[in-house]
Design a protein around this ligand. Structure first.
Ligand code: FE2
Length: 130
């Protein structure tokens, strides 16, 4: 069974999918079950991966890590995603090597939210703004 907003990865080809709506079945790719990703479970440095929320006036900035994460061709943040706790608001920013790993949004009244980021080596990381 899959749940909305879960991320799954194929260990063979690297396909990464996010569930849009709950489903009863199992996700399969390359002939085997895809692995559900759990945030903050790899051996990467927390300081370079856990998203950080910085509010300035009416702009909320989500930065990847309290210390800068590498953004090289070999090791970089592939995307940052923000989702409000009520799941009404969502924004995703895709990144490339040599770009700065941040996402900015206007501070609408969206309350509590979580931010996820995906490192091509150290996987999924998440934090909440409370
Ligand atoms: Fe990393």
């Amino acid at each position: 069974m899959t749940k909305r907003l879960e991320l799954y990865k194929c260990e063979i080809c690297g396909n990464l999918v996010e569930v849009v709506l709950d489903g009863a079945g199992e996700l399969v790719c390359c002939g085997q079950a895809m692995q559900r990703l759990e945030a903050n479970t790899t051996d990467g440095d927390r300081e370079k991966h856990v998203p950080v929320f910085i509010k300035k006036d009416d702009v909320l900035e989500v930065r990847v890590g309290s210390q800068p994460h590498p953004m090289t061709d070999e090791h970089y943040i592939q995307f940052i995603e923000v989702i409000s706790d009520d799941e009404v608001y969502m924004k995703r920013k895709y990144l490339k090597p040599n770009e700065e790993a941040f996402l900015k949004l206007k501070c609408y009244d969206i309350g509590k939210m979580s931010a996820k980021e995906f490192c091509n080596i150290h996987g999924l990381w998440e934090n909440k703004n409370d």
